[in-house]
Unconditional design. Structure first.
Length: 126
């Protein structure tokens, strides 16, 4: 799980900064980076971290994962947006994104483990 989270984090921050340097506005860069890293994290978690859970209904996991990610996306995007209103410093935009990402990472980890990648609701074998 730590390896997947770290990879997602690095893709998110790397892409965010590459897109900023490329001229994309901070909120658009943040949105694009989170979407790409979310796809990586979902696939890696389903295929590697939680493969032993034998998720019976993967489409339910996709919906649950999307719900967790959208909540995180909204919070991080609002944080970056507020920071861009206060300062034009790319360093401070990254600090805001970093602090929010770390804080939300703990919540996402718990949600993934307890809600997203579970077999809750799985029909009992006959």
């Amino acid at each position: 799980m730590l390896a997947v989270g770290t990879a997602g984090f690095l893709v998110d921050f790397g892409m965010f900064n590459v897109l900023l340097v490329g001229g994309l506005p901070p909120n658009a860069a943040n949105l694009a980076a989170i979407c790409v890293s979310s796809g990586l994290v979902f696939g890696a978690n389903l295929g590697w971290t939680y493969q032993h859970r034998e998720v019976a209904l993967p489409h339910h996991s996709v919906l649950k994962f999307a719900t967790v990610q959208v909540i995180s996306l909204v919070i991080v995007t609002l944080g970056v947006a507020v920071t861009t209103l206060v300062t034009s410093s790319v360093l401070l935009w990254n600090v805001a994104k970093l602090l929010l990402s770390i804080g939300l990472g703990f919540g996402r980890f718990y949600a993934y483990r307890e809600w997203v990648y579970t077999d809750h609701g799985r029909p009992e074998p006959d």
